[in-house]
Design a protein around this ligand. Structure first.
Ligand code: UDP
Ligand code: MG
Length: 160
């Protein structure tokens, strides 16, 4: 562990990224993970997981009043998802940019949804919308022992 290689802690954020059941079924897991990996973020948690209904409802609790909520819960629980925690400077907003707009028809080419999806209800990936929600969602989807803090040797080539 080389402390001088680690970015100053206040800049470092965590975000919860999830490949939704359509992304898994369509064989896009490697493609999606590699976009975050190549960008330069650090993977700190990763698992394939069949989400129970209660967890899906808790994760999306802010959307409970929406008409699409029952369909959203059915979608998220329809097959395994890939749960990930990613760490880095500005990772929350940056991941949202890599993911693209909620409606894939509005997502720019080059984004995950812009390149790989066509409908809001099948938009292949989730990303936390704030650092606070990043922490909340990682806490919701992972046990503490499933997360891994590690020093990446490439860090001095990414962070000055
Ligand atoms: N969603 C939907 N219909 C809508 C809006 C949202 O099915 O009209 C689903 C979609 O899967 C979306 C998720 O609900 O990704 C969460 O919505 P949010 O507005 O938080 O979008 P996101 O943060 O995922 O871009
Ligand atoms: Mg959201």
């Amino acid at each position: 562990f080389l402390p001088h290689l680690v970015a100053s802690m206040e800049e470092v954020e965590q975000t919860y990224i999830m490949i939704k059941p359509d992304g898994v079924q369509r064989g896009l897991v490697g493609e999606i993970i590699s976009r975050f990996e190549r960008k330069g973020f650090k993977l700190t948690g990763l698992k394939l997981f069949q989400c129970p209904k209660e967890l899906a409802e808790e994760h999306y609790k802010d959307l409970k009043s929406k008409l699409f909520f029952p369909k959203l819960i059915d979608y998220i629980t329809s097959g395994p998802v890939v749960c990930m925690a990613w760490e880095g400077i500005g990772v929350v907003a940056s991941a949202r940019k890599l993911i693209g707009a909620t409606n894939p028809l509005n997502a720019e080419p080059g984004t995950i949804r812009g390149d790989l999806a066509v409908q809001t209800g099948r938009n292949v990936v989730h990303g936390s919308d704030s650092p606070d929600n990043g922490k909340r969602e990682i806490g919701l989807w992972f046990e503490e022992g499933e997360l891994c803090a590690w020093a990446a040797v490439r860090e001095p080539w990414l962070i000055e």
